[in-house]
Design a protein. Structure first.
Length: 352
């Protein structure tokens, strides 16, 4: 009996402490877990565009990045067929699952880009495609059924630069200037194994200078938050030290020791995929959306003016209106004065 009382006294403070903690615990600390469960259940989507001349290793790079074969049914054109080839937009979609996390990956390929002798405005089909995806998302977002909107907006564009020149070609500059306000551009030096490490460094520096010179906006690495885990901080630091502020990568999958393939995969998939989606949504799409709303408002105002039954005259300045009003009042006072004079004259004539 004595032992039971002693045990009860020892346990009572613990029970009371547990009950007090239970009363103080509200439960909103589980919100991150709820969001995580919902996101994993829904799955993720990511759209990657690859652009560049034929033979730059685009297909090999994409297959190696995501460890899947997206180009099973690809038909290789001969030299004669390539002469008349125009720029096409081809989508490859695949569902990937890793450790219970589902990713719907869409690769947008652009065969025919830069392969012609005359590449004047060869980027037009690509910019039109990006705008079409923005327009479709804007319509879905403005509609009644907004619960299951499919996001087909292009989140990132890998642009392959040939290593044989001495920097950016005119077509490279025009392409990136046409797209840098619409999509996150990551420039890649293709076939880097044909250059020495010293040549790669010089080419990277030259491309960075030309990007700054022509005012091209490529994807910028975000600042790392202080509360991030040490592994992410170290990865972010290595990327920024290796690639610089304007990330210029060089890639050749067959020789990964000679290129930035691992850094590209880490940046694109493991560390910055969500940031690429955020920048697309918060910056590029919002700019397009604001422009659409502004155009719709201007058109609506113009239509209302054209349909108005009352002709809209140009408004006169306040000074002109004031002068007109004063003149009218003066004339009215003169008329009243004349009438008063006539009445007085008539009364005077009657008295006589």
């Amino acid at each position: 009996m004595l032992q039971e009382k002693l045990v009860e006294r020892l346990l009572c403070p613990r029970v009371r402490t547990a009950r007090q903690k239970e009363k103080q615990y509200v439960g909103f600390a589980t919100l991150p877990n709820q969001v995580h469960r919902k996101s994993v259940k829904k799955g993720f989507d990511f759209t990657l565009m690859v652009a560049g001349e034929s033979g730059m290793g685009k297909s090999t790079l994409v297959n190696s990045l995501f460890l899947t074969d997206l180009y099973k049914d690809r038909k290789l054109l001969n030299a004669e067929e390539r002469i008349n080839q125009t720029v096409e937009i081809i989508k490859h979609t695949v569902d990937i699952e890793e450790k219970g996390v589902k990713l719907k990956l869409t690769i947008v390929d652009t065969p025919g880009f830069g392969d012609a002798v005359n590449n004047n405005e060869c980027w037009k089909p690509i910019t039109d495609y990006i705008d079409q995806q923005f327009e479709q998302y804007f319509r879905d977002e403005s509609g009644l059924n907004r619960k299951n909107i499919q996001d087909n907006r292009v989140h990132c564009c890998l642009y392959f630069i040939p290593p044989f020149g001495h920097g950016l070609r005119p077509v490279d500059v025009e392409f990136m200037k046409a797209l840098h306000e619409k999509v996150n551009i990551i420039p890649l030096i293709a076939k880097a194994d044909c250059l020495t490490p010293n040549e790669i460094k010089k080419l990277k520096d030259r491309i960075r200078e030309e990007i700054d010179k022509f005012g091209i906006k490529v994807y910028q690495f975000p600042e790392c938050d202080s509360d991030e885990d040490e592994e992410f901080k170290q990865l972010d630091k290595e990327l920024k030290v290796s690639l610089g502020f304007n990330g210029i990568l060089c890639c050749v999958v067959e020789n990964q020791s000679h290129c930035d393939f691992v850094k590209l995969r880490n940046m694109l998939i493991r560390s910055h995929m969500h940031d690429l989606k955020d920048v697309t949504c918060d910056v590029h799409y919002e700019n397009y959306r604001a422009q659409c709303i502004q155009e719709m408002t201007s058109k609506l105002a113009q239509d209302n003016r054209m349909e108005s039954p009352i002709p809209i005259l140009p408004l006169s300045t306040p000074d002109v209106e004031t002068e007109k009003l004063i003149k009218m009042k003066d004339e009215e006072l003169k008329r009243m004065q004349e009438m008063l004079n006539k009445m007085q004259q008539q009364m005077h004539d009657k008295d006589q």
